[in-house]
Design a protein around this ligand. Structure first.
Ligand SMILES: Nc1nc2c(ncn2[C@@H]2O[C@H](COP(=O)(O)OP(=O)(O)OP(=O)(O)O)[C@@H](O)[C@H]2O)c(=O)[nH]1
Ligand SMILES: [Mg+2]
Length: 459
């Protein structure tokens, strides 16, 4: 689908940098290059994918705007699938804006956010999952997030969805053939192995769907708040998890006053950990302010880690805290396991019927790997695989898979009740459409607008 207009944008981030890049895509790219660029060698052929050194000169004033490297990537072998010009200049916003202004005077228009990638999608260079993976590459917070984005960019999710689609198309074709055969006899034959085939696809779609919980955590990260009465070792635990002495640790109760936040990577999930002020009846207005902040922080936390001191029996403050976090997603931790055990699991049991406390020592590091594992499991779910297999990370994919499953369940019921072919085929087609939304076969303009508007300008 060729576009009428040629788009242009500064592709490098705002601010000063070693290099700044302007991208121009569309049928006028070469004409713009020929108008603005001057080679020391005189006229050049603009061979595709070759880099040329020279200057950008304002056609109106004859002034040199920048000394650049320029490359023209001719269609269809470019990012957008159109003639794509890249001007690599000096990374000063004044220079880049001057060059961009000349490109616009020469006939380009300013690109909208994500418009280069949108053209790549509309010109069938990439599918929608790959376009989204490009965004994932830019926003990944952990190495694992990057791995997933790379896998999706290579088409892993696309291929998986296509396999599902092919299986459904086969089922549909099988039913049609059966219908043709039965037309003469005027009755429906049993749908042979359609029901088993359908169940296989359904199971595989379900398997992909359950990866969302983990995928979402990997994409957006999670927050975990460490709480407890003073001196139980909250700051020591934060330091131990981080592997550095970030928070002040002393034997004086009430050492931490403010919230201390740092991130760690737990099996690919960027977990923002918050150390907090010890919870007790505050002595001063400063301490009160610190404790108020803890309660505010708790309400938005994905996970709460209440810490208890294993070398002392349970106190009223501990019980108060247990009472107040009853509704939260918690991993209770008994610290100071290196000292004599004076706090039994049973003492906490009444408060925590489901969650068994973990024994750790922030001092020696004992139990820390198990705690990290528990944090990961609690956030990503028990089914999380920690493999590089396809993982979905976007709510858009999750919703489309759920819709697909809904339609396929309908198909299953129709088959079980020996409903007529039309019923079965209708829902099968709906399921195919829902799957098609993921890869972009059946995606509306609004959805495309929503996806690409989250991109940067120049991408
Ligand atoms: N033996 C032992 N001592 C620990 C352990 N963890 C922390 N401590 C000691 O307990 C004291 C309090 O530790 P912090 O980490 O400051 O405790 P906190 O919960 O942050 O205290 P506040 O900030 O006052 O609320 C310090 O003297 C630590 O060295 C542990 O696992 N074993
Ligand atoms: Mg502290």
């Amino acid at each position: 689908m060729p576009f009428e207009d040629t788009i242009a944008a500064i592709a490098t981030p705002p601010g000063v940098g070693g290099i700044g890049i302007i991208r121009i895509s569309g049928s006028q790219s070469e004409a713009i290059a020929r108008l603005l660029y001057r080679s020391p060698k005189g006229s050049i052929p603009f061979q595709s994918h070759h880099l040329y050194h020279g200057r950008i000169i304002s056609p109106a004033t004859g002034l040199i705007l920048d000394e650049v490297l320029i490359t023209l990537m001719r269609k269809p072998h470019s990012y957008t699938g159109e003639d794509l010009l890249e001007i690599h200049g000096h990374g000063n916003p004044l220079i880049l804006e001057a060059v961009l202004t000349e490109a616009i005077r020469a006939g380009a228009r300013l690109a909208a956010p994500g418009e280069f990638t949108r053209r790549a999608f509309l010109n069938n260079r990439i599918d929608l999952t790959q376009a989204e993976a490009l965004m994932g590459l830019m926003t990944a917070r952990t190495g694992r997030g990057l791995e997933i984005a790379h896998a999706h960019l290579q088409g892993a999710l696309h291929r998986q969805i296509e396999t599902f689609r092919q299986s459904l198309i086969e089922i549909l074709a099988g039913l049609e053939t059966a219908l043709d055969f039965s037309a003469d006899e005027g009755e429906h034959p049993p749908p042979a192995n359609a029901a088993t085939q359908l169940q296989t696809v359904l199971d595989r779609i379900q398997e992909l769907l359950v990866t969302y919980r983990e995928g979402k955590m990997i994409r957006q990260g999670a927050s975990a708040v460490i709480i407890g009465r003073p001196n139980v070792g909250k700051s020591s635990l934060l330091n131990r998890l981080l592997g550095e002495n970030r928070a002040i640790v002393t034997a004086i109760p009430g050492t931490t006053r403010d919230l201390i936040e740092e991130s760690i990577d737990i099996h690919g999930i960027a977990v923002r950990l918050t150390d907090t002020a010890g919870l007790r009846n505050p002595d001063t207005i400063i301490e009160k302010e610190g404790i108020d902040r803890v309660w505010e922080k708790l309400s938005a936390a994905d996970l709460v880690i209440p810490v208890f001191d294993g070398s002392t029996p349970l106190t009223g403050e501990d019980q108060d805290l247990l009472e107040k976090t009853k509704q939260q997603n918690i991993i209770p931790v008994i610290n100071k396991a290196d000292l004599e055990h004076l706090l039994s699991d049973e003492a906490l049991q009444g408060w925590l019927p489901q969650a068994r406390p973990l024994r750790i020592s922030a001092k020696t590091g004992a139990g820390i790997p198990a705690l990290k594992e528990a944090i990961y499991r609690r956030l990503a779910g028990d089914q999380a695989e920690q493999t590089d297999g396809s993982v979905i990370t976007l709510i858009r994919h999750k919703t489309a898979l759920e819709k697909t499953i809904g339609h396929l369940m309908q198909v299953r019921e129709s088959l079980a009740n020996a409903m007529s072919y039309e019923f079965v085929a209708f829902d099968l087609r709906e399921a195919l459409d829902s799957l098609g939304e993921i890869v972009g076969v059946t995606t509306t303009e609004d959805v495309l607008d929503r996806i690409f508007s989250t991109f940067c300008i120049g991408k």
